[in-house]
Design a protein around this ligand. Structure first.
Ligand SMILES: Nc1nc2c(c(=O)[nH]1)N[C@H]1C(S)=C(S)[C@@H](COP(=O)(O)OP(=O)(O)OC[C@H]3O[C@@H](n4cnc5c(=O)[nH]c(N)nc54)[C@H](O)[C@@H]3O)O[C@H]1N2
Ligand SMILES: Nc1nc2c(c(=O)[nH]1)N[C@H]1C(S)=C(S)[C@@H](COP(=O)(O)OP(=O)(O)OC[C@H]3O[C@@H](n4cnc5c(=O)[nH]c(N)nc54)[C@H](O)[C@@H]3O)O[C@H]1N2
Ligand SMILES: [Mo]
Length: 567
């Protein structure tokens, strides 16, 4: 698996939003509620469909707003995306619609891949996914006739135990159709948080330094150890500390979803949490609470007293976006600036300043270094950007000054003269040839049974942001969407005897929540949808902490539940 994962390793969109919305002949949106969760891009898609006749295929268990203007809506059962996609590729191959030249020149491992696809004929796929056979043919034909087609996805694809395999299957589809490395095509995962792309680019992952330079690489260790004032690789005379050789660790760390459960396994003793509210956002809330209660020491850096704050030994007040200057890197690898609009309120300090200050104080009291290291004395965020330019090749030429002058820079942008890179993989993939991966269907970890006969999927609504710490403080938003609602299909609602005003109890093997039911055909029969925006009825009381074995993302999208009428 590593081969293909590496070629899409950054997890960024291969194309830009302008490019996709202006040049795609068709969009295949699978597991992205684009108009609610990425409204700017959602509007760009809507305009492309309305004003230039671009086609739109949506594959989503729910009838999301995008379906109102879609050419075709495939309504697969949750957690059956691999079967669905393999089934579409079966038809494409069976009809001879694959991009033969592209496959011959740019890819490898086609035969092995094809052998797996041949196990997914339409009747079998229809049985697994619930999508009618004629719709499978219709979708495959639209895909083959639309050149180029852009694939767009978000958490509906990744938040499964098969998340990585789902993504690889989408890459297979785009290689099969020859839609890689061209304007209007590509593989386009939409990033969620405003700076999650930037955080990953800067090494906010357990296995890499900035720019995805592996922590296991001796060259990378040497480069960063020198740059960050450690003396690995220097002769004894040149060392800061003559007695010891310091170097950065080559051990791959743990992901956030492993660190918190690690408390009960004795692997985690202290936590420094910055800008996350795991009591609301991590799976299986009871388990999270137990971990946070038991951890020896918890530091939380926040802008509000969140649900997690009650477990903190120390609260450090950070600043919000309005109180800081710096850059965010968005979903299309574009680096953008924010400027301080107001001075930090109260005792709040910039997040980078707090982290640097902590580092300095730890170094001052630590016995490892003989001389305190001055490298944490940044004057401001442009000084941090200078360091990024020096150490992060893909950001080598991205400076505050260039962005301020109006340049629209997308990495890779290695030098001050480089214009940035709107489209990745133009002539070849990062790893050379694109490798087709034979991928079989993986059922969700929990499937409905007699005790828990329904499937709950979880996610967001337009009006709120995750744990709701920010959006629940906005009066206007609370007027529009002021309480947790459980989406229930009219058929199920009839069985339960609901009248539109009732509260229901939703129970999984781990917990139970009560909230008002919203009767709507947005969800199909047998499925309910819940959000995690309200602490009194958060979906994560019910979800389970099973992870994709590679990415360690939890399976938030499929939980077996029972639903009962409360009052
Ligand atoms: N208003 C608002 N916008 C946000 C956020 C927010 O909290 N509020 N959060 C941001 C963040 S961090 C993120 S990651 C993004 C998330 O953006 P999205 O991923 O678009 O949002 P989700 O609500 O997680 O739902 C994704 C879609 O997957 C569908 N789905 C459920 N199960 C399956 C399945 O098995 N297969 C497929 N193919 N689809 C399925 C759901 O019906 C839904 O339409 O949104 C970002 N934007
Ligand atoms: N059931 C279910 N659970 C999910 C998901 C799902 O689809 N279903 N989606 C998952 C996904 S994709 C994501 S991204 C997570 C998000 O989960 P979290 O990251 O935990 O949620 P946020 O609300 O985005 O941010 C957490 C906190 O950051 C604080 N904050 C905001 N700005 C700043 C700042 O500038 N500095 C500091 N120090 N703090 C700040 C806010 O007050 C907030 O309390 O949830 C995950 N959990
Ligand atoms: Mo996210």
């Amino acid at each position: 698996m590593a081969g293909l994962a590496a070629s899409f390793g950054s997890g960024a969109m291969s194309n830009s939003m302008d490019d996709v919305s202006q040049k795609a002949d068709a969009f295949f949106v699978i597991g992205s509620n684009t108009t609610e969760q990425h409204p700017v891009f959602g509007t760009m898609l809507r305009r492309a469909v309305r004003f230039r006749g671009a086609k739109l295929i949506v594959a989503d268990p729910r009838r999301i707003d995008l379906c109102d203007f879609a050419t075709l809506h495939l309504r697969q059962k949750p957690g059956t995306d691999i079967a669905l996609l393999n089934g579409l590729m079966y038809i494409i191959l069976d009809k001879g619609w694959e991009a033969k030249d592209f496959i011959a020149e740019r890819t490898e491992n086609f035969d092995e891949f094809k052998a797996t696809i041949m196990e997914y004929p339409p009747t079998r796929v229809s049985e697994i996914t619930g999508v009618p056979v004629n719709q499978l043919y219709e979708a495959a034909e639209l895909m083959a006739a639309s050149k180029p087609m852009a694939v767009i996805w978000a958490m509906g694809i990744t938040q499964h135990i098969s998340g990585v395999r789902n993504v690889m299957t989408l890459a297979n589809l785009q290689m099969l159709l020859g839609n890689m490395g061209m304007p209007g095509g590509g593989v386009n995962p939409l990033r969620g948080q405003n700076n999650v792309q930037g955080a990953c680019d800067m090494g906010g992952l357990p296995n890499v330094f900035p720019a995805y330079q592996p922590v296991t690489s001796p060259e990378a260790i040497e480069k960063f150890s020198k740059a960050w004032g450690l003396d690995y690789g220097l002769s004894t005379a040149d060392r800061v500390s003559p007695s010891t050789v310091h170097r950065l660790s080559s051990t791959v760390g743990m992901t956030a979803t492993e660190i918190i459960p690690g408390v009960l396994e004795g692997k985690t003793r202290a936590l420094y949490i910055l800008g996350e509210d795991p009591v609301m956002s991590d799976p299986d809330t009871n388990h999270v609470r137990e971990c946070l209660e038991k951890v020896d020491f918890l530091v939380l850096q926040e802008i509000f007293p969140s649900e997690t704050a009650v477990y903190a030994d120390v609260l450090l007040p950070g600043v919000s976006f309005a109180e800081k200057t710096g850059t965010f890197t968005n979903t299309e690898r574009r680096v953008q600036m924010v400027h301080k609009a107001i001075e930090p309120l109260g005792e709040a300090k910039p997040d980078w300043w707090i982290t640097a200050e902590l580092a300095k104080r730890i170094l001052q009291t630590s016995e490892v270094l003989d001389a305190p290291f001055a490298g944490w004395d940044y004057t401001d965020t442009s000084a941090i950007m200078d360091e990024i330019n020096a150490l992060t090749p893909s950001y080598g030429g991205i400076t505050h000054a260039r962005i301020e002058s109006g340049e629209r820079l997308q990495w890779p942008c290695p030098t001050g003269e480089h214009p940035g890179t709107p489209i990745l993989h133009v002539n070849k993939f990062a790893r050379g040839l694109g490798k087709f991966m034979p991928i079989d269907d993986v059922p969700p970890a929990e499937e409905p049974n007699d005790d828990y006969p329904m499937v709950m999927s979880t996610g967001r609504v337009l009006y709120h942001w995750h744990g709701g710490q920010m959006t629940r403080r906005s009066k206007g938003l609370m007027e529009v969407y002021g309480e947790a609602l459980i989406e229930v299909n009219p058929e199920d609602s009839q069985k339960l005897g609901l009248n539109g005003q009732n509260r229901v109890r939703v129970t999984s093997r781990r917990g139970s929540i009560e909230a008002r039911a919203w009767i709507t055909d947005r969800v199909p029969p047998g499925m309910v949808y819940a959000n995690f925006h309200f602490p009194e009825a958060s979906a994560n009381e019910l979800t389970q902490a099973v992870l994709d074995p590679v990415s360690k993302i939890p399976e938030y999208k499929v939980t077996a539940v029972k639903v009962e009428l409360v009052s």
